[in-house]
Design a protein around this ligand. Structure first.
Ligand code: ATP
Length: 392
């Protein structure tokens, strides 16, 4: 059963096209991140799913109900934003109880003092209190229920906002950059908590972030958005290893994937400058060869084959590995190599290096940035059938 189905949603603000016919199918209980650079339309798409913004065209379904023209309050979704939007004069307990108080008690029953005289109000208030304690317990807020938001840390406030979102057991969660106000350590801890809560509560979740590492570590699937379109939606592993578009390949991964301008000659060989790469393609003309830093390695001296000649710009020490920043001789384009261990021997600024790379992990993109077919050339694979790192 589908949780959230977005079909052909478009939106413009004045003459600015913000979403250009986006479709997205989120399974029941699935955690999907919308990730992309600032201004790509993530928040607008989420606000349309929430019902806070109307699409120009398209349809939104939540748990098989068409909610396109249903107002936000009746969509049964809970939202968590970057600013926690807690009521400063209410305690943590009262803040968490707000969505239930408004849903389960009438205006009369909500009145302080008088409301308690309405028959049944006491029992309903007790039920609400039990649910508040349950969600506070899930988020480790039991000891803080009597405090006001001003007496909490940023991370605790965000947990209160999460508890308030889960208390009414919504069909879907929509989260827009919920961690961006937290410092780096707290962000990592809170993202684990969100994943854990999602696992326990099991509601479909849309999570908006511009931080690709957040999207990659938390999600069942990641939707990469750019310029108002979803370029690819897939598991984190698939997005990383098999990007369909050069913009996806360069957005995902840190450090960025290396790119080299290359040419496929009439013989089908992919060359960087005059250097053969060991790859062939049925495509012809200018292409982009993309290789992740961990798939490059200095070629062992004396090995036959070309590889890519580079000169070293500088070396970064990462504790357990080195990032060697180089420049390809043929193109002057940067190539970053991740080398395990800390042995800097031979890795001095200005030194030249021949880089071999894992042919099966390299990616090729055509002039429009779409994936182009390629395979190891017959010569290279015959010369090195077992080798994962190839050298020309
Ligand atoms: P960020 O990561 O910076 O929040 P985003 O991907 O969430 O960006 P949106 O907030 O969806 O992007 O905005 C997409 C585009 O729509 C931006 O160019 C923004 O300026 C524009 N936009 C958003 N809301 C409005 C509005 N109410 N009126 C006019 N333009 C808007």
């Amino acid at each position: 059963m589908s949780g959230i189905v977005v079909t052909g949603v478009s939106k413009s603000f004045g003459s600015t096209r913000v979403l250009g016919g986006v479709s997205l199918d989120i399974a029941s209980g699935e955690f999907v991140s919308l990730v992309g650079p600032s201004g790509c339309g993530k928040t607008t798409l989420m606000r349309i799913i929430a019902g806070l913004e109307r699409p120009d065209s398209g349809r939104i379904e939540i748990n098989q109900r068409d909610v396109t023209s249903i107002r936000a309050a009746d969509r049964d979704v809970a939202m968590v934003f970057q600013n926690y939007a807690l009521y400063p004069h209410l305690t943590v307990h009262q803040n968490i109880s707000v969505p239930l108080v408004f849903r389960r008690l009438s205006a009369m029953e909500r009145l302080p003092g008088v409301g308690r005289l309405v028959p049944g109000t006491g029992a309903r208030r007790q039920e609400i209190s039990a649910l508040v304690r349950q969600s506070a317990g899930l988020l480790g807020l039991d000891e803080l229920l009597a405090r006001k938001p001003g007496q909490l840390s940023g991370g605790q406030r965000q947990r209160v906002a999460l508890a308030r979102a889960i208390v009414r057991q919504p069909k879907a969660f929509l989260m827009d950059e919920p961690l961006s106000n937290l410092d780096a350590a707290l962000r990592v801890q809170t993202r684990k908590e969100i994943v854990e809560i999602h696992r326990r509560v099991g509601a479909s979740t849309v999570y908006v972030t511009h931080d690709q590492s957040e999207a990659m570590t938390m999600s069942d699937r990641v939707a990469v958005m750019m310029g108002g379109d979803i370029l690819q939606i897939a598991t984190p592993e698939e997005i990383y290893a098999n990007p369909v578009d050069l913009r996806v390949a360069t957005f995902i991964g840190s450090p960025k994937i290396n790119t080299q301008t290359a040419v496929v000659g009439d013989d089908g060989h992919v060359r960087v400058g005059h250097e053969p790469t060991g790859l062939s393609s049925p495509h012809r003309g200018v292409v982009t060869l993309a290789i992740r830093p961990e798939h490059l390695a200095p070629a062992a001296s004396g090995q036959v084959g070309a590889g890519l000649s580079c000169s070293i710009d500088h070396v970064e020490f990462l504790g357990d590995s080195l990032l060697v920043h180089t420049r390809a001789a043929a193109t002057s384009e940067t190539m970053i190599v991740r080398i395990g261990g800390t042995n800097r021997a031979g890795l001095t600024r200005g030194a030249t290096l021949t880089l071999g790379f894992n042919l099966t992990a390299a990616l090729l993109f055509d002039a429009q940035g779409k994936r182009a077919a390629m395979e190891p050339t017959a010569v290279a694979s015959a010369a090195a059938p077992e080798r994962r790192v190839a050298h020309g």
